[in-house]
Design a protein around this ligand. Structure first.
Ligand SMILES: *[C@@H]1O[C@H](CO)[C@@H](O)[C@H](O)[C@H]1NC(C)=O
Ligand SMILES: *[C@@H]1O[C@H](CO)[C@@H](O)[C@H](O)[C@H]1NC(C)=O
Ligand SMILES: *[C@@H]1O[C@H](CO)[C@@H](O)[C@H](O)[C@H]1NC(C)=O
Length: 591
């Protein structure tokens, strides 16, 4: 019986403990992307009410004094620049000065933009140019790891040293310039936070790789492994037990890679260049705001603290007319429309294995559509080109995706390409290569506007069938149009959202009130491991006490008294009771 009571007790305690132990991200607020509440116009009917002007005074959006902003991306591919350029130019239009450090110099004929300055330290430029002279498509095609982990590790500290040792950077650092705010790349900010410390300014991120959530997690927003697919796996937010096991393993390994291998090595480089720099963990947990390059319509629904806003498609825009020549080509052929083929700016198609190139050509030749293929060497490099295929060194991707004659997009599944294809409502076939391409593709396929293929097992038949499917089965285009509608249904454009929060952080000098204490909590406190330990101890002690008491009570009341103590007296409980009664009666008589 005591055992049953104890069981109940343990269950009750366990239930209470579980309630206490489950972290409730929902309660920490997640108004990230909707942050413009205060700027909302009063509804038409309320505009006349006397409270109108008073509300304006209370909730005015305030004007931001012209400020000086430094943006830095240490990302290894040109695409990391895209969201920065969009935000930077918008800030310049609002009267701020922007400097932008990256490894990718502007094209030579770029006109001067007053208030906007690009800094591209030669040491950094050359290091990344050399590092990224890779054959990623070929590696994936052959079933190799496109960027081995030791090379990825070397990238982090070598690129940091390459930038900080560069004379141009040194001059920039010691020019006595002042910055009110730094905007860093949330995908690998560990080196650039050293500059935020140097300039003694608050900093925020554009988290360019939306599926890379380390910086979001460091700032305190929960990143549950159960629903967050690791960026280089083709999982979605609905995983089987085995997938969750694999997914959690990748997240955990990456956590150790990040915090135990990479961060100490980058810290060494920072210590060398900035003698009094705090630890990277202290610096990165202090980030003021994160502009997350994601959106729940094209990535997943996630719990974010109020210092995160989603800005996917910050660079998206309506299509502009094509050049006459291109327009004639895409409308030409059989007049059925065209397929746009691009493996992105980070994946050099010219390094592509010959076998794969031939496979592409064989498939394209069989299609009743025009094919426009972004290929760095231009048409003269391929004498065996079928008449419906045209190669171009550079193509205006958004103008093509927004063209009325486009029928499909064959892509590597880069994040910006996926955003653009949704923005313009075009179905895709993806051939993921590295980094986040797999997770991006899995999401697109889950949303029904994509077919994801594996380069390593690719056959001409697969490619042909998939391209025909996304073009001829209307469900793919309908799914793309649906995504387009919900992505575009936002209170503010992503660019307006980004500018609003950047100026907000400027106005409130880092906006510390948006940050949650959870960012400074050790893991065991955040996960309530210490609390679980306290309750476990309590349950154990209670169990022990109840057990002792129960056995004591059992022995006193129910068990017959041991023979030793009752040698002379009665052994039968009834007789015992009678005996006691007699004794009492005798006592009374004596009185
Ligand atoms: C922006 O740059 C211009 C030209 O260099 C300078 O005159 C102005 O003071 C700067 N504004 C701020 C806020 O730093
Ligand atoms: C370029 O990369 C190779 C191998 O990754 C390395 O051995 C070489 O030193 C690098 N060159 C420069 C100039 O960084
Ligand atoms: C964190 O940010 C606040 C406000 O921006 C600043 O005062 C503080 O020194 C920062 N802490 C570290 C460790 O950089």
């Amino acid at each position: 019986m005591s055992r049953r009571v104890c069981c109940l007790l343990v269950l009750a305690c366990a239930a209470a403990l579980c309630r206490a132990a489950v972290p409730s991200p929902a309660s920490s607020g997640s108004s990230g992307s909707s942050g413009s509440g205060p700027r909302q116009q009063p509804a038409a009917g309320q505009a006349e009410k006397p409270s109108g002007p008073k509300q304006d005074a209370l909730f005015g959006d305030g004007s931001t004094a012209p400020s000086s902003v430094l943006m830095i991306t240490m990302g290894g591919t040109r695409s990391h620049k895209v969201p920065f350029m969009a935000l930077g130019r918008a800030l310049v239009q609002k009267g701020h000065n922007v400097s932008f450090i990256s490894a990718f110099p502007p094209a030579r004929d770029t006109p001067e933009e007053p208030g906007f300055e690009e800094v591209t330290p030669l040491g950094l430029v050359l290091y990344i140019r050399n590092y990224t002279d890779w054959d990623l498509v070929g590696a994936r095609f052959r079933g190799e790891e496109p960027v081995p982990w030791d090379q990825a590790l070397a990238y982090t500290y070598e690129t940091c040293d390459a930038m900080l040792s560069d004379p141009e950077t040194q001059q920039f650092l010691h020019s006595g310039r002042h910055f009110d705010l730094l905007i860093l790349d949330g995908a690998y900010p560990e080196c650039a936070v050293g500059l935020a410390h140097h300039f003694n300014a608050p900093f925020m991120y554009i988290n360019t790789v939306g599926f890379h959530l380390a910086s979001v997690s460091t700032a305190g927003s929960p990143v549950p492994y159960a629903t967050t697919p690791f960026l280089s796996r083709s999982f979605t937010d609905k995983m089987t037990l085995l997938q969750r096991a694999e997914n959690s393993l990748y997240h955990t390994l990456f956590f150790f890679f990040n915090n135990w291998l990479m961060t100490p090595l980058v810290q060494n480089v920072l210590n060398k260049h900035f003698p009094d720099v705090p630890t990277i963990a202290k610096l990165t947990s202090n980030v003021s705001f994160i502009l997350q390059n994601a959106h729940h319509t094209v990535s997943y629904s996630r719990p974010y603290l109020p210092n995160v806003a989603e800005i996917a498609c910050i660079h998206c825009r309506e299509a502009r007319p094509l050049s006459k020549e291109l327009d004639e080509f895409v409308r030409g052929g059989k007049g059925n429309g065209f397929i746009f083929v691009s493996m992105g700016s980070s994946v050099r198609a010219t390094n592509m294995p010959e076998l794969l190139r031939l496979l592409f050509l064989r498939v394209f030749a069989q299609l009743p559509y025009q094919v426009l293929w972004k290929w760095e060497f231009g048409s003269e490099s391929m004498p065996d080109l079928p008449p419906n295929v045209r190669l171009e060194r550079w193509l205006p991707q958004q103008d093509l995706l927004g063209h009325p004659k486009i029928v499909a997009f064959l892509t590597h599944g880069g994040l910006l390409s996926m955003f653009e294809t949704v923005y313009h409502g075009v179905p895709v076939v993806t051939l993921p290569v590295f980094c986040d391409h797999d997770a991006n593709s899995a999401k697109a396929q889950d949303d029904g506007y994509a077919i994801q293929l594996e380069l390593q097992q690719l056959t001409a038949d697969d490619l042909l069938t998939s391209l025909k499917a996304v073009i001829q089965d209307p469900k793919y285009r309908a799914a793309a149009k649906h995504r387009q509608t919900i992505l575009r249904d936002q209170r503010q454009s992503p660019l307006e959202t980004a500018v609003y929060w950047t100026e907000y952080v400027l106005r409130h000098r880092g906006a510390e009130h948006l940050q949650a204490p959870v960012r400074h909590m050790p893991f065991y406190q955040w996960a309530l491991l210490d609390v679980i330990a306290v309750y476990a101890l309590l349950v154990y002690v209670t169990f022990k006490v109840v057990k002792i008491m129960a056995s004591f009570a059992y022995r006193c009341i129910i068990t017959p008294p041991p023979p030793v103590a009752t040698k002379k007296s009665v052994t039968n409980p009834v007789a015992l009771a009678n005996g006691i009664a007699n004794g009492l009666a005798n006592g009374k008589k004596r009185d």
